[in-house]
Design a binder for this molecule. Structure first.
Ligand code: ADP
Length: 415
């Protein structure tokens, strides 16, 4: 590619010079209808100057004079100077050979110097539309290099430079995005270690304190001992739930959970889940209800995993709903999709938390400070499982009014 490019430039240059020579002679013939002698004399003059100019230009190109310039502005000025000097040289030599009058020659010389200089000044002035944009691009690149990833260069014009500026800005935007993502991942990893550590440490510390108290004989009344033991039992249950969640999340991360899909009754699964929470709901005086449309019927799913999704959603709903509230589980069919809704009239979710609640280890501000909060993995796991089924999960919530979690799985009706 490079090779082709370096060959084609000089060839194009030589062809250009030849074309100009031919066109100039044709123009001279067309305008002046000169005798053949004058035409051939003109052809000789023009050829000599064309060859000399051509060689001078090629030498400048070959020697890389332009590349030695410290700035693009000087390069462009240099190009203008060379072009003007060549024009001057060509016309002046030809004129000197042709004009008999010294007066005419002086006049032509002054006119040439004037026109050439004017062309140089105008050329440099107009070339600032290029150099200014390149300077701005360079300045933006430096700003980005120094860490200001918001810096962008103006995208003026329709030429290659405008295209370059656009590509540059797109690249800068991607760099900014990637850096932001990396930063978020770093923060997440740090938080993850801190939260997982804290979540495991709290129940462990409690169990240790209980065991030490029992071993030291500090507690000897049977009632107290029983109370301590059931607290330890609850702490151990919490611990195993966190470890279980971590394991499930790791499995989802490592390329998804292996699903054992089968045709099963979603209605039965919902009933079983409600059944397992009935005691907890009764204790919290929460009305827990389920309504499943008859058309839902059998659904192609991994029963154990969808059961887990229901468990996570219902346990959240119970956790974030005050005594006397209600939690309703609904299921209906829409064409080839089944929809399951778990809604509560509890505390709801703050709008700023909503975009994050499906992220792993994310807990709403209130839940984070609450000692009985979960691991922050429940919804991330639910989303992972639903996505593994090719479905989607979403939430609607208003603070103070309640939340509604809804998931969709596609499954044709089986009869
Ligand atoms: P956690 O174990 O903390 O419940 P989840 O991933 O299950 O973690 O939920 C993430 C966060 O979403 C919770 O900390 C809570 O702030 C919010 N959340 C989830 N379900 C509900 C709900 N039904 N009502 C109010 N907030 C909820």
């Amino acid at each position: 590619m490079q090779m082709n490019h370096s060959i084609s430039v000089p060839i194009r240059y030589a062809l250009g010079v030849l074309l100009i020579l031919a066109l100039s002679l044709a123009l001279f013939y067309w305008l002046a209808r000169p005798p053949i002698g004058d035409l051939s004399l003109m052809a000789v003059f023009l050829s000599i100057t064309a060859v000399i100019s051509g060689i001078a230009g090629f030498a400048a190109y070959r020697q890389g004079w332009m590349e030695r310039s410290p700035s693009l502005r000087l390069t462009l000025l240099g190009i203008n100077v060379i072009a003007s000097v060549l024009v001057f040289f060509n016309v002046w030599v030809t004129a000197k050979l042709m004009f008999t009058s010294r007066h005419d020659l002086f006049l032509a010389t002054v006119l040439l110097i004037f026109a050439g200089s004017l062309a140089m000044v105008l050329g440099s002035f107009l070339s600032s539309t290029i150099t200014d944009r390149i300077q701005k691009l360079d300045q933006t690149a430096r700003e980005i290099q120094q860490g200001n990833l918001h810096a962008r260069t103006p995208e003026r014009g329709n030429d290659e430079l405008a295209e370059l500026s656009k590509t540059f800005n797109q690249m800068a935007a991607r760099l900014e995005q990637a850096t932001k993502k990396q930063h978020e991942l770093d923060t997440l990893r740090r938080d993850l270690v801190a939260w997982a550590g804290h979540d495991l440490q709290t129940p462990l510390a409690s169990v240790r304190a209980i065991l030490e108290a029992l071993a030291d004989g500090v507690v000897d009344e049977p009632e107290m001992t029983q109370h301590y033991l059931s607290t330890a039992q609850r702490d151990i249950q919490n611990l195993s739930k966190i470890i279980d969640d971590l394991f499930q999340m790791a499995q989802l991360d490592a390329g998804g959970v292996p699903l054992k899909k089968e045709k099963a009754s979603l209605g039965d699964l919902i009933s079983d889940s409600l059944e397992s929470f009935s005691e907890l709901a009764a204790r919290q005086e929460i009305r827990l209800e389920g309504r499943v449309d008859a058309e839902v019927g059998l659904v192609m799913m991994d029963v154990q995993h969808i059961g887990r999704v229901l468990t996570n959603l219902i346990s959240n709903a119970l956790r974030y709903t005050p005594n006397g509230g209600e939690v309703i589980v609904l299921s209906k069919r829409q064409d080839t999709e089944v929809i399951v809704e778990v809604s509560d009239n509890g505390e709801g979710i703050q709008p700023e938390d909503i975009p994050h609640i499906f992220e792993r280890f994310y807990r709403g501000e209130k839940s984070r400070s609450r000692s009985t909060g979960g691991s922050g993995l429940g919804l991330a796991i639910a989303q992972g499982i639903i996505q593994a089924h090719g479905g989607r999960i979403e939430v609607e919530s208003s603070p103070g009014k309640g939340s509604c979690f809804r998931f969709y799985i596609s499954s044709p009706p089986f009869h």
